[in-house]
Design a protein around this ligand. Structure first.
Ligand code: KIV
Length: 271
């Protein structure tokens, strides 16, 4: 396929991509330097994910990260981009159960970071919040399937929607999210056949992570796909680099050069 050239990605570009059968490429980023690299490579969407809680702050789950911390990451990402759409996760505790709180948190993200949209996890439970946020003019991306903010309810990070009851809830939730006005939805770790069926059943783009190839786009956590964490090995993950090895070699060489007085050399010093 010959993809259309977009100088700026908007929520409308993504809907157009779905219509034209062009796949959407999304990655997470949390800082200025990586956002700049990803945007320069023409990524369509940067997600300032609450996975920052794991990969940036070292927490075991996504639950501890705060709204202030998410805004800090989003601000840095926004400074690094020109073309892509930047979506920011509403962190755990900043929207659940109260649409007024959800709206206030979304407005803080948009106003203080300059991001273009927010993402939140859940279906029927957050429908009112989604409508209220969208009514205020803020685009919302949904997130169904494995929703890591509910890890203590699920108990494990295994594949979701294997049982009928959960499949039916997922199908009903996706319709609710589309009707509420979500511009796209992330489907995480569900059977590929179900993801394909859901993708065909809606007009909004479905972005998969561990949801097979028959969806409208893919998302991965940047640290995972660049091979910065070699202990995380889910089946859905493809590593496109081995940064942990590359960084280890570079740092070891630097240490060796410093210890052996090989760095700096005469060309690397001032007269
Ligand atoms: O926070 C995150 O990185 C995410 C992606 C896994 C979709 O929500």
């Amino acid at each position: 396929m010959n993809p259309k050239k977009y100088t700026k990605i908007t929520t409308h570009s993504l809907q157009e991509m779905k219509k034209n059968g062009e796949k959407i490429a999304m990655l997470t980023a949390y800082d200025y330097s990586f956002a700049k690299l990803l945007d320069t490579a023409n990524i369509d969407i940067i997600l300032v994910g609450d996975s920052a809680s794991n990969v940036m702050a070292g927490h075991e789950t996504t639950l501890p990260i705060t709204l202030d911390e998410m805004i800090y990451h989003a601000k840095s990402v926004i400074k690094g981009i020109n073309r892509c759409l930047v979506v920011v996760d509403l962190p755990f505790g900043s929207y659940q159960g109260n649409s007024k709180k959800a709206l206030e948190s979304s407005i803080r993200i948009m106003k203080e970071s300059g991001a273009h949209a927010v993402k939140l996890e859940g279906g029927a439970e957050v429908e009112d919040s989604i409508k209220r946020i969208i009514d205020s003019g803020v685009p919302v991306m949904g997130h169904l399937g494995l929703t890591p903010q509910s890890i203590y309810k699920f108990g494990t990070y295994t594949v979701r929607a294997k049982q009928n009851e959960e499949v039916e809830k997922l199908k009903s939730d996706i319709i609710k999210l589309e009707k509420a006005g979500c511009f796209a939805v992330v489907l995480e770790k569900i059977p590929a056949k179900l993801a394909a069926e859901i993708t065909k059943s809606v007009n909004i783009p479905i972005i998969g992570i561990g949801a097979g190839s028959q969806v409208d786009g893919q998302v991965l956590v940047m640290h995972d796909m660049l091979g910065m964490n070699m202990t995380f090995n889910p089946r859905f993950l493809r590593r496109y680099s081995n940064l942990s090895d590359i960084v280890n070699k570079a740092v070891s060489n630097y240490i060796s050069d410093v210890k052996n007085n090989l760095f700096p050399n005469s060309e690397e010093e001032y007269d």
